[in-house]
Design a protein around this ligand. Sequence first.
Ligand SMILES: Cc1cc2nc3c(=O)[nH]c(=O)nc-3n(C[C@H](O)[C@H](O)[C@H](O)COP(=O)(O)O)c2cc1C
Ligand SMILES: [Mn+2]
Length: 482
Amino acid sequence: MSAVTLGNAAAKDAASSPDDGALQPITTLRGWLDHLAARDRLAIMRPGLALRFELAAISKRLDGHKATFFPRPNGHAIPVVSNLVSDRGWLAEAMGVPPSQLLDAFQKASLSPLPWREVASAPAQELVHRNIELERLLPLPTHNEHDSGPYITAGLIITRNPRTGVQNVAIIRCQLSGPNRLGLCVLQRHTHFYLDLAEQAGEPLPVAIAIGVDPLTLLASQAIVPIDRDELEIAGALHRKPLDVVKCKTSELRVPAEAEIVIEGHFLPHVREPEGPFGEFPQYYGERGDRQVVEVDLVTHRKNPIFHTITGGGLEHLMLGGIPREATLLAHLKRNFPNVLDVHLSKGGMCRYHLYVQIKKRYEGEAKNIMMGAFAGHYDVKHVIVVNDDVDIHNPAEVEWAVATRSRGDRDVLIVSDAQGSRLDPTTIDGVGAKMGIDATTPLDAPPMRYKRIRIPGEDDVDLDRVVAAVPGSDWRRNVGL
Ligand SMILES: Cc1cc2nc3c(=O)[nH]c(=O)nc-3n(C[C@H](O)[C@H](O)[C@H](O)COP(=O)(O)O)c2cc1C
Ligand SMILES: [Mn+2]
């Protein structure tokens, strides 16, 4: 069995085990750490490890296996956690659904947001700091060799449309640029749009950065939904109950009441300062450039807060981006192609660039239409491989086998030049690159035995405990009479 299959099977067991509180979704970071610890998936480190490189190095070594908890990093009173959601099965557990329903459940929540509930006082505001010196106040790690310095990488960037008051949530990397100054790399999405509106009016844009939230709220921040949808309402839908929020001390922004730490500040209109380089998800550095600046006004946190960091390009980063994209692409493709059964953005493609599509093939040529649909579904999708329903798309070796034995380069490849791609893909020029699709489905009119997969009768039903004798190794000959 492949590692992928094993992971899913383990997750299925855990999700259906009776101690899971009847599959209730996880709603706090601390609740999630309890859940992981109870399953031996939380590695507690020795106190006092280094914030510069060491913490990220250890997290990377345990990536995909264990979440990491670092008490007193560099002697700092606030501990750091990482690797919170480095497996899709873990995310399904956090949602309280079987892994097979992960995408459907996420898509449903995205389409049926639940308005938040405001509370008057919140754990996130137990302590208040003014006169901010961020590096002293928070344990800020430095991850990769050429990163420009310490970063906040797991902060929910919450802003408000200055015209309508509707909130937006995104995760945006924040470089420590000064005692109370952060450099943010804001791509052309919703936060950028609100910032444009504020800058046109010559106004600062208030921002809150919530650190240390539950995995479902993190995932909700990555939902691919239209502008002016508050992603905190999607978090509520994933929790199956309204998210408690509290009003910020210095603005009208509402932040998750259960957050560990909240930084309140404002984007300085028309100010751009150097930010980067920073190790990004494609396993390369995002380059240094002049980017947006936030001045911090105040920090609130719990009495004994936990700081969360996401290692750039680690599985946590990939999963958080990948699952919402898969959910959106699956729904998008199914609208026109009801025979699309499942999609998967593979880890090798950083859960963004390589899409595997599993179909129940009906017509010749359809695979190429599906590829074009997928390219149109999200500009990050670069290579699409379409396979039959007997191929396990969560196992890259199976997909490679389908390409090896069911596709021909002269007939089954579609190439599109000069299309919009990911700016972080180093083969693109200003984000313009190429797309490729491979039809690795079998021809409908193939003779019946040509693509018949070999199979040994009874293979799936073998009970190894029954048939393997417990023979001591060195005595094996004597035991079988040789
Ligand atoms: C760990 C992590 C780091 C990210 N860093 C950035 C970033 O620095 N800049 C950015 O624009 N998007 C970044 N993203 C992607 C955005 O958070 C994501 O596209 C989000 O859905 C955008 O929200 P919006 O659609 O409301 O604009 C990051 C995502 C993750 C998971
Ligand atoms: Mn948004």
